[in-house]
Ligand binder design. Sequence first.
Ligand code: TRP
Length: 461
Amino acid sequence: MKQRSNFGSKIGAILVAAGSAVGLGNIWRFPTEAGNNGGGAFLIIYIICVLAVCIPLLLAEFLIGRHSHANTGSAYKILSPNKHWGFIGKIEVCGAFLILSYYSVVAGWTLFYMVQSLLNQFNSMAKHSGSEQIFSDNFNNFVSNPWQPLLCLAAFLLITHFVIVKGVKGGIEKSAKLLMPFLFVLLVVLMVCSLSTQGAAKGLEFLLAPDFSKINSKVVMAAMAQSFYSMSLGMGCMCTYASYFSDRTDITKTALTVGVIDTLVAVMAGVVIFPAVFSVAGLSPDAGPSLVFIALPNVFQMALGGIPVLAYVCSLAFYILLVVATLTSTISLHEVITAFLSETRNMSRKRAAALVTAGCLVLGTLCSLSMGVLADFKIAGMSIFDLFDYVTAKLMLLAAGFFTSIFTGWVLQQKIIKYELTNGGMLKFRWFKLLIFLLRFVVPVAIALVFLDGIGILSIF
Ligand code: TRP
């Protein structure tokens, strides 16, 4: 058997997994969801979802990956007693391919905005009256332009490709060890700047003050779906990474640390965004692209405009932060498919990576053009971009997560689970019964509810 690569250190294992988890989801979705859905109350529900649903599933992905020492596409088949369960891995690899294709489009946008920040273009845009319209035009003109976003998409995919080709240790682990601490430093600097604006108290209140009256079943579903996406579950990223963990890595500790880092970064992103937003009169917190690409570039200039250097530095730091967070996530998605192709189709890693990059470029181009030239082309009422998001985040990811929990809780031999959680008896694991209970009952039911909610069935009742 071919010798597989390993991550060289325990901290490397934590950082790559955290790198996958921390991404656009933390920065443009979590803060607004929390703010609009009860602040601290949402956070409490979110943390419960992380502990009761995401950590057990993360452990399941980790132990499947490490025990099989194989790519996700093969791992389930190797561990499945009757080989039927291999389909989970196949869904995950296909899902990762689709997610990477549309995620890279947005990744390209972050690159474009980083360059605009670098050239200090936002400063002059903010000087005009009616600057909101100017920023909105800036974004809409860019995404509907036929070639600019495509160039950015290609650039981002090439950077990801370059890291993947450098290998598991020299590319993925090294980049995570460099980028994750950098990301943390950027976040802290940005937090300090944002908290020095006059909207600090109001922003923190919006993000954190608990309002339990806003909590209903819809909010619980939203928290669960968000935690799931944010922890990169259901697409084989964590399973593939775990196949490179060493035998000495404590997967329980790693899973808990990743959960803490991911949640912390999401909250910190909120502490960066809302104080600044609330210090500009008349702005209301939005989510998604319009928050990050329309409101925020303006907000940084207005909130910190008194000291132009500070506005410049913060704006640049924020878009570098987005690029870094996104890059460590695209790397993890790319690796899922590259590892699968190179290990099952008997091709070199380089060649497999080139195929993945080329494939994503083609699908990503379609997604990107669906914001402009192809805007009128709709499938089931959705643009290609939205369709990719819907099919992956609302269907495939949840299906794979559901079957992973069923497979681990009901099918997989328990001695394998025990072996992996204790590193063959070297570590203590006191929560075995609880974990099995969660994987057998709580996780599948929770995911099924989110699934039914996502396709609109729950709202009938
Ligand atoms: N978790 C990342 C984010 O928050 C995105 C991501 C990377 C992802 N890999 C994934 C989401 C696998 C779902 C599945 O932006």
